[in-house]
Design a binder for this molecule. Sequence first.
Ligand code: NAP
Ligand code: G4F
Length: 350
Amino acid sequence: METKRALITGVTGQDGAYLARFLLDKGYEVYGTFRRLSTPNLWRLQALNIFERIKLIPMELIDSASITGALMISRPHEVYNLAAQSFVGASFEQPVGTGEVTGLAVTRLLECIRHADPGIRFYQASTSELFGSNPTAPQNEDTPFMPASPYAAAKLYGYWVTRTYREAYNLFCTNGILFNHESPLRGLEFVTRKISNALAKVKLGLEQKVVLGNLEASRDWGFAGDYVESMWLMLQQDGPGDYVISTGETHTVREYFEEACAAAELDPSGILDVDPKFMRPLDVDLLLGDSARARQKLGWAPRVGFKELVRMMVQADIQRWKRWQKGEQFPWDAFNYPSEMNIITRAMPV
Ligand code: NAP
Ligand code: G4F
């Protein structure tokens, strides 16, 4: 049987790395696109020890020629579109750029696929942020969308154009409406990893406080390693569709912080500050997903629960900072962030 080929856009991101490993384990030939930056961001692929097994292709989502090039090189059976400006907070600062990359680029990709090979199966990384300000909970595939950020508005466009290409051209185009999913490979700007990283520094005496924004927002947090399996399952079905992927449990940011303190064996009192600069102009209060359709049709279910997830993230960051203190070198993202570099520089022997 012919080896299956998959093309993952955004392979350098959290989900891209976990999905690449999952597909390699299934015997796929995995191609991944990355953007040419002055400093390549490959630490996640190195951390999962898969860097050398992935065929990397430079690709710009704003350049159709480069998308066509990536399709010609990889000749994929499946395309997973994970690349996006994915940080909701930044979408308020870069609303137009976010619209280009997170929204309009989906059409560019679909047009290239339609002309290159209409047999390709396409996965679009849609999001629970689409539900936005809708107070209905839990949210499922029939809950009306009320996006509450430029990011969510761009993703809404991506969601609908994916459905449009499915219906207009009979392409296999599927939306995974994934609720928040986290891991030790999460970017440091997202609240869960921000907390695990900050608590690790507090634990080791490198920092005094954790400074956050809105503590009352509630999220349905799962483990990214579990969620990438659902992406693959969606593309193995007889036909395309839209699926909510979630745990069915929700917790506030404050609860996540308290659980993380317990995991780090730290007293939560006195180490948490709130700074309005981390508040958004508009926030989503409550996300809680009902993934009954995915559980029934895909046979998918999350394996890692909330407490285990928090522990996994906190332990991973404590280990990283300990290894750094010992002078070890290992794949890590702290060097990409000015806030972390300040600490690293401050703590360096003179
Ligand atoms: P992530 O870690 O932020 O990864 C995003 C990827 O997109 C990275 O590979 C990044 O490349 C790439 N990218 C960013 N801007 C780009 C640009 N201008 N041109 C080309 N590539 C660009 O996000 P994730 O958590 O893995 O999420 C994967 C996808 O699922 C995203 O589309 C996200 O919006 C969506 N999603 C995520 C969640 C979640 O909770 N994680 C939930 C629902 C939906 P660099 O490495 O070069 O930055
Ligand atoms: O971790 P967050 O930045 O994730 P958010 O906004 O829920 O978005 C993530 O999940 C979406 C799926 O629902 C994805 F589509 C999206 O790509 C991304 O992966 O923020 C979570 C909550 C927010 O309410 C935010 O206001 O935490 C609150 N928060 C409080 N203090 C903070 C902070 N968020 C961040 N990033 N940093 C803080 O200091």
